[in-house]
Design a protein. Structure first.
Length: 388
């Protein structure tokens, strides 16, 4: 098998391939642990709340896979601090909706606590919130050490006799011969029976070589850290649901202080961009100063125990599906692509919380032609793929 993309998804796929003694080559176009894709930065949120029952279930189902991966490292991969969702209960956002998430968790008997605005301010260090705001707290939420996750997968693959990993190996050609895929890179051509395509936001750069593409928008997302002025304050992972302020967006999310990601600081980020991109190669990797300014303003107005001076500003490039109701795309190549059942792809969305589970799913799809996990919600029926 050849895995195109050496981020968390590619490394996780190779990890599960190695458990089945499947010889695997991972090709990364940049260097491993690079900061040029959707795995940029140190931390991500693990959370159970979702507006759809199948996503709540998937988050819960991912936990045993995280526990198994944790057995391979002494570094803590998930730091459990809980998930706080709060804001206007009527707002629909890229993360969903508070009321819908409550119904989904109730249907699956997931415990959570309802919160009034007074309780949110008293228990979680926010201030001056609108009176109509309410929230929920779910105790299983965590901060993911994304770098340690990748490093653990990388080290497991490095130790495996079945996995080879190459970096600085962008794919510049894909041909087929006698049911083999011939993958050309600047360093040579490699042959494999199966393909897994997981290059993050650069998905179209690869599948264009197979004469199709997906419809996506790209966000060069900004992030910044704020120094704690009160060392005793701790935040959970959180997301605030608010109506946009004009064209600026008005939704933010944040993380706790953790000892592996700028100790003494709290990370806060806007969950919007001022200017979406039509191509990932347009990304500047420079945080938009207006997005940072809106974040500073919100921290100043509504968070306590922080110095509102922004530090350690960074970006993360992510692809977002334009297909209605399909945040994540997990599927085989469309049927008009020769040998399509041996081409598996994952693309778009925020999926760090599912990394080890998705590695198992992609490995099964490639090796068995199907997954034991229900992926019907993430398949497109190919009607949204565009032939070229």
């Amino acid at each position: 098998m050849i895995v195109i993309g050496g981020g968390p998804m590619g490394l996780a796929t190779a990890y599960y391939n190695s458990k089945r003694a499947a010889k695997t080559l991972v090709l990364e176009q940049f260097t491993y642990f690079n900061q040029q894709g959707s795995s940029a930065g140190m931390s991500r949120q693990f959370r159970i709340p979702y507006p759809d029952e199948y996503m709540v279930k998937m988050a819960e189902d991912a936990l045993p896979y995280w526990a198994e991966l944790q057995s391979h490292t002494e570094e803590q991969l998930l730091t459990t601090v809980g998930t706080l969702w709060f804001g206007d209960p009527a707002v629909q956002s890229t993360e969903g909706n508070i009321a819908a998430a409550e119904l989904a968790m109730q249907a699956l008997d997931v415990p959570y606590t309802e919160l009034t605005v007074a309780q949110i301010e008293a228990q979680y260090h926010f201030k001056d919130l609108p009176e109509n705001y309410r929230g929920l707290f779910q105790a299983d939420g965590a901060s993911i050490d994304l770098h340690a996750t990748q490093r653990t997968l990388y080290d497991c693959n490095l130790a495996s006799p079945y996995v080879t990993m190459l970096d600085q190996s962008p794919v510049i050609g894909i041909e087929q011969s006698d049911q083999l895929f011939m993958i050309t890179t600047p360093g040579g051509t490699f042959a494999g029976k199966k393909l897994v395509i997981v290059p993050g936001p650069y998905i179209n750069d690869v599948i264009n070589l197979l004469k199709f593409k997906i419809d996506a928008t790209y966000w060069n997302m900004a992030s910044t850290y704020f120094k704690k002025s009160d060392p005793n304050i701790q935040y959970p992972t959180w997301f605030v649901f608010q109506e946009p302020a004009g064209d600026s967006g008005n939704q933010f999310y944040g993380f706790p202080e953790v000892d592996w990601d700028h100790p003494g600081y709290i990370r806060v980020a806007p969950d919007f961009v001022m200017t979406p991109l039509s191509d990932p190669n347009q990304a500047s990797f420079i945080p938009n100063p207006q997005e940072i300014a809106y974040t500073v303003e919100w921290v100043q107005q509504h968070m306590t125990g922080l110095d509102p001076t922004p530090h350690y500003k960074s970006t993360c490039l992510v692809a977002l599906s334009n297909i209605p109701g399909k945040e994540m795309l997990i599927d085989f190549a469309p049927i008009y692509v020769p040998n399509h059942k041996n081409i598996v792809m994952y693309a778009t969305g925020w999926a760090a919380k599912f990394v080890p589970l998705l590695g198992q799913i992609l490995s099964e799809m490639a090796l068995d032609g199907k997954s034991s996990y229900d992926i019907s919600h993430f398949q497109t029926g190919h009607r949204y793929f565009k032939a070229m």
